[in-house]
Design a protein around this ligand. Structure first.
Ligand code: KPL
Length: 302
């Protein structure tokens, strides 16, 4: 078993390190020789800071255009990049290669599972909080947990988890992935656009002045989920969102990080998806649409 990681950002490097620590062969797929050089400069290791402890995990890498066949592929690119990134290495995928998609947003995973129906495809969500200090140096904000489930018939036939993931020290739970993806979508739709527009870490949402807007945004998200036949959590979404904001108070959301780095955000795969579903189900979502428009506008001006 050898896992290749497509998307060597914070989450990709974190899981590369976790797989390697579990004794599994791992290679990062890097886009350029400059990225390889950055890894060389970090002594071909991923540095993982967890509290006062820094763990150095040896890491192999190869360029995306290298020709080695791929038997196991973890995709942690941005949601909007994943389909084209996968297409770019499709020729390297062995028959029956296992594909795991670990990203924010909803919709692109199902499209990939259909396009790559000859391969078993799983999707996952993670609540691990991680920040990049430099290209291969990470700071862990919380171990969190990861939930994974099969997305297409080829994966269902294979099993609940792809190879090796039951060996990880970090908790990995086999799950009903549709519900898990909706739950993560709901949390991201509530936290990411607001924190990105405010330019503040997740904990800012605990301040009373944001409560009315956050409450309204959460109610709209619940209404869309319910119209789509999805039950989110056993308690109101707002409670879950406030819990995540508390647990990750010092974290900057991935959308805020994208803004700061001048990158495109995942707004279309998060709030864009939600508003499109709302239109189809004829549910009014004025507050979420306002957030969508504001983020798209800011992004266009970056
Ligand atoms: O997943 C996240 C993100 O930033 O994308 C949350 C849960 C909001 C944590 O920051």
């Amino acid at each position: 078993m050898h896992w290749h990681i497509l998307g060597a950002g914070a989450v990709g490097c974190l899981f590369a390190a976790r797989l390697e620590r579990a004794g599994i062969d791992v290679s990062l797929l890097l886009r350029s020789p400059e990225r390889q050089q950055q890894l060389n400069l970090n002594a071909n290791r991923i540095s993982l800071q967890d509290g006062d402890r820094v763990e150095e995990v040896p890491m192999q890498a190869e360029l995306i255009e290298d020709g080695n066949p791929i038997s196991h592929l973890l995709v942690t690119t941005k949601a909007y990049d994943s389909a084209s990134a996968l297409e770019s290495i499709a020729l390297r995928l062995l028959t029956g290669a296992q594909i795991l998609l670990l990203q924010n947003g909803y919709g692109h995973q199902q499209e990939i599972a259909r396009r790559f129906s000859a391969w078993p495809v799983w999707a996952g969500i993670t609540t691990s909080g991680v920040r990049r200090l430099s290209p291969f140096q990470l700071k862990l904000a919380g171990q969190g947990e990861t939930r994974i489930g099969p997305l297409n018939p080829a994966a269902v036939q294979y099993g609940t988890l792809p190879d090796g993931w039951q060996q990880l020290e970090h908790p990995v739970i086999a799950t009903d992935i549709e519900r898990a993806l909706w739950q993560k979508l709901a949390i991201n739709a509530a936290i990411n656009p607001l924190t990105a527009l405010l330019g503040r870490p997740n904990g800012a949402l605990l301040e009373p002045q944001y409560l009315p807007q956050l409450t309204g945004v959460c109610r709209e998200i619940e209404a869309v989920a319910s119209a789509c036949g999805q039950t989110l959590f056993d308690t109101p979404l707002l409670e879950q969102v406030l819990k995540v904001a508390r647990d990750t108070a010092e974290n900057r959301s991935s959308m805020l990080e994208d803004f700061s780095a001048g990158r495109a955000t995942e707004i279309e795969q998060i709030t864009g998806f939600l508003c499109a579903e709302a239109d189809r189900q004829r549910v009014a979502t004025p507050l979420n649409r306002e957030l969508l428009n504001a983020v798209v506008y800011r992004q266009g001006r970056a």
